[in-house]
Design a protein around this ligand. Sequence first.
Ligand code: 2AM
Ligand code: CA
Length: 263
Amino acid sequence: MAGSANLNIMMKAARKAARGLIKDFGEVENLQVSAKSAGDFVSRADIAAEELLKEELLGARPSYGWLGEEGGGMDGKDPTRRWIVDPLDGTTNFLHAMPHWAISIALEHKGEIVSAVVYDPAKDEMFYAEKGEGAWLNDNKRLRVSNRHRMIESVFATGVPFAGNRDLPITLQELARLMPTCAGVRRWGSAALDLAYVAAGRYEGYWERGLNAWDLAAGMLIVKEAGGFVQAMNPEDSVLESGSVLASNEPIFDQFSKVIRSA
Ligand code: 2AM
Ligand code: CA
């Protein structure tokens, strides 16, 4: 797809930030970083990536606002547009030298996500979408959610809450309900990629709570533009404000959301 000028800025910024992150990931992989100092090393890599993205994105569009995982929020001169950025989604994977993490960049206009990029540097997979223009992978592969409609053939993904998170009991209950009905559940640790994979038809659905806007903003548009459904856990809520998400292809959405919401 020949994307808009903004989409091109976003992809260029993602590739540039990826170069630094890939280098840092190599150091973690090759045990150049001791287990003791790895946490600090990765959080520095994360901050450096966000700074680079900020320079690129605000450099190209100085009037836009900003919401980032590391740097927090900042209003722009143009109150209707802002970048929503997670420089490194899947930090725990990165820290443990597992090649499954992503850079997530969304552009919000008047409260709606209009452009989205989720880039997985380790696999060189660039997922992107623009409102009304469809969702795409790399140069020209159009993304479509899967068409499986039987729960027993469907694979789902989730994020099981981390240390001390109060959502653990409900998530375990949901897993107990869902697992006997389906072909499998995956827990890969990057919300942005989980959404991109639903869009790509790799798994049928994904749900998680306790997330932030920057984990979800880009992936959410990519799923919608691939023909999928996205709702907050409570259908009345906004996904970005609630930090909760239920996403799937259309044929499985009713069954999937019923199982999860009845837990
Ligand atoms: P992160 O890697 O940017 O932190 C996986 O279940 C999702 O949860 C990821 O998108 C991950 O984003 C997020 N996550 C993991 N640990 C987290 C924490 N301590 N606080 C908030 N989000 C977290
Ligand atoms: Ca994240």
